[in-house]
Design a protein around this ligand. Sequence first.
Ligand code: HEM
Ligand SMILES: [Ca+2]
Ligand SMILES: [Ca+2]
Length: 307
Amino acid sequence: DTTTAQLRNDFYKSSCPNVEQIVTKVVKDKVKQTFVTIPATLRLFFHDCFVNGCDASVLIQSTPNNKAEKDHPDNVSLAGDGFDVVVKAKKALVAKGCSKVSCADILTLATRDVVVEAGGPKYTVELGRFDGLVSTAASVNGNLPGPNDNVNKLNALFAKNKLTQEDMIALSAAHTVGFAHCSKVANRIRNFNSTHFVDPTLNKDYAKQLQAACPKNVDPRIAINIDPETPRKFDNIYFKNLQQGKGTFTSDQVLFTDGRSRPTVNAWAKDNAAFNTAFVKAMTKLGRVGVKTSRNGNIRRDCGAFN
Ligand code: HEM
Ligand SMILES: [Ca+2]
Ligand SMILES: [Ca+2]
């Protein structure tokens, strides 16, 4: 495949030999200031790769002539700290003579670094992505999963990006860190359907906890931990939660209720090392989605605007 062939670990060996240390330093400094950097960056990378490939298209700011991806409803809840860490890393790189590192690669590296900062696996990142030349809100339509999606829908969306069901389950475990707004779980904890007030797949105590944290008419800015047990740690507790009915979104809980994905959930609930291996494999594959070359991409001077 010609689009993935260009990616290599030492892509910046001559143009910016210290690219990794420079990005890592910026990430560490920012995580010290605010934990949100971790989930914000991880989600930003996912939303970038699933729309037009891993090409930093999600970072583009809208202009009077173009409504960009980040202003699509599915992206408006992306936390600012993810964008900010990329801007800060870009600045640090340029200051150190590395003006040829793409924003897409910066986001990929920063994502690896935030996973490490949260206690997750450290892995080698493939580099050599170019930055995309297009970003439209319309292109987001139908490409990102929703919190009420079932396994069929999730598998189909991930398959479009050459990711297997195993990859999908491993990547879903990114929900081991970070926050969700109450609107994303509201349908599960009140007036679920005509026979159940609360989603019957939801743990009873966890349902009460969610109802308390997300009362009716709650301020729409209120957010809850997605992983109720270890919200700041990147770990396989995510899968143990699913076994106990503590999946926050329907899209999390279905991984346990659906017989096709349940064996994988059980295996990774028991074996953190096996989960880590699967996560690294899936993240590496995610990073290969729709990679641009010098023919259909460039190196942006400003990650938020086209050159
Ligand atoms: C499998 C399908 C997925 C669905 C349906 C989904 C859906 C969601 C939703 C609804 C939120 C809450 C947003 C909010 O209320 O602000 C969220 C947050 C998050 N998602 Fe996903 N997601 C999925 C997969 C992924 C993947 C593959 C990753 C990364 C590899 C990811 C990383 C995150 C992170 C880290 C957060 C927390 C963001 C923060 O705290 O700012 N998600 N996701
Ligand atoms: Ca993209
Ligand atoms: Ca966790």
